[in-house]
Design a protein around this ligand. Structure first.
Ligand code: FES
Length: 287
């Protein structure tokens, strides 16, 4: 793990200096093989040892959901993350074989979306929104506080770096994110993509300390907290068969008073949006 020498400013600048892709990304092994190997991205274990018969069965189930197998790539990448906690080179090969794609085609997708991690993730992924509104409301302070709290003043944790051993209980990967789509409740952060609204640096520290101690505080809204791999399995579309357990895993109030305030005001005042038929379509030049 490499740490910058000073606390970097959160935001796009920080991403450029500490983002995993800027270092030893596995897709550029031809360009930078040494850092990739040195940081454990390229595991030695054969893919069959990593992705067992159960994972193969789940892969087939995912593929069967789509008329064309390559359309299954996004959930397949979540599936391999649910096994390894990141998309390894073996994970890329596994997806490519199952979907009849090339490794390069799978890599192109895996490196495009930030939800696919190219380094092993912690038991929990903590994403702090540092986009404009949250930043102005304190998101930058929260991110900076967590960088030094999970790292140290001398060696703050960088974007997508992990405090603890990735995958081990209590390990936490920190990242800054650009708008988590909850601006009305900012500053927000997510743990394994579940929301913690109206945060402060103090509340965020309390939260990560609880995670490190092995507890799973209830998100402000939405489903109860699991861990990063568990969330990835759900993103791949796998839930418990038992209805009660399933409901317990995924249900929870998802809206907040703030989110509904505009709709409530419109209802109280009798406002409504014009129907689609009232809006003339723009003229479009025929080609
Ligand atoms: S700016 Fe933070 S959720 Fe939109």
């Amino acid at each position: 793990m490499t740490h910058p020498t000073a606390v970097p400013e959160p935001g796009p600048h920080d991403a450029k200096t500490t983002h995993a892709a800027a270092g030893g990304d596995t897709d550029v092994v031809g360009i930078a093989p040494e850092p990739a190997v040195a940081e454990g991205i390229l595991a030695d274990a054969p893919a069959a040892d990593i992705f067992d018969a159960d994972t193969e069965r789940q892969a087939k189930e995912i593929i069967a959901r789509y008329p064309v197998s390559r359309s299954a790539l996004l959930p397949m990448l979540h599936l391999v993350q649910s096994v390894q906690g990141y998309v390894s080179q073996e994970g890329i090969g596994f997806c490519a074989r199952q979907l009849d794609l090339t490794d390069a085609e799978v890599s192109a997708v895996a490196t495009f979306y930030t939800m696919y991690k190219r380094r092993p993730c912690g038991e929990h992924l903590v994403s702090v929104c540092t986009n404009t509104l949250c930043a102005a409301l304190g998101g930058d302070d929260i991110y900076r506080k967590l960088q030094t709290h999970l790292g140290s003043a001398e060696s703050p944790l960088g974007h997508e770096e992990t405090a603890g051993t990735p995958g081990e209980p209590g390990s936490i990967t920190l990242e800054h994110a650009e708008c988590l789509a909850a601006c009305d409740l900012g500053p927000v952060l997510q743990v394994n993509y579940e929301y913690f609204d109206n945060q402060t640096p103090e509340k965020a520290v309390e939260l990560v300390d609880a995670l490190r101690a092995g507890t799973k505080p209830a998100p402000t809204r939405g489903a109860p907290l699991s861990d990063f791999k568990g969330a990835e399995l759900q993103l791949a579309g796998f839930f418990p068969d038992d209805e009660a357990t399933y409901r317990g895993d995924v249900d929870g109030p998802s809206q907040a008073v703030e989110t509904l305030r505009g709709a409530q005001i419109a209802t109280d005042r009798g406002w409504s949006a014009p129907g689609a038929q009232d809006v003339p379509l723009p003229e479009v030049e025929k080609k």
